[in-house]
Write a protein that binds this ligand. Structure first.
Ligand code: ZN
Length: 122
């Protein structure tokens, strides 16, 4: 069975990625953190009502096709999932759900540019 850790906090072990994410986001109050499991790492970023999860596929455009943002070759393809917080009538609570922009493959920098802009403090 896979176990999950919050990056930089290896002593605390979780049985699922969601548990680790929830602990990092809500108990530790982090808005930018990593989750690791075996050799796999996800980087999460919370921006307002949105949450982004990005990870390397470990492969290039040869396998995944060109970057979906710039249409160029990528030697390392990343996958990004976009979620937005909202009220679920089914679960009767607030939770994250996938958006229409939910699943993109491409260069890490290109994917990061598709994110909602952070509010800039003046
Ligand atoms: Zn690109």
């Amino acid at each position: 069975m896979n176990t999950y850790h919050i990056k930089g906090n290896e002593e605390k072990v979780f049985n699922s990625r969601d548990e680790a994410v929830n602990f990092a986001q809500y108990d530790l109050g982090l808005n930018h953190f990593g989750i690791t499991s075996n050799s796999y790492t996800w980087e999460l970023k919370v921006i307002g009502d949105y949450r982004y999860r990005i990870s390397s596929t470990g492969d290039s455009s040869e396998k995944y096709g060109k970057c979906q943002c710039c249409n160029k070759h990528a030697s390392e393809m990343f996958q990004q999932v976009e979620e937005k917080i909202g009220y679920s009538h089914y679960l009767k609570r607030t939770c994250y759900g996938l958006t229409n922009n939910k699943n993109l493959f491409g260069h890490k920098e290109c994917l990061e540019q598709t994110r909602k802009l952070e509010e800039v403090a003046i």
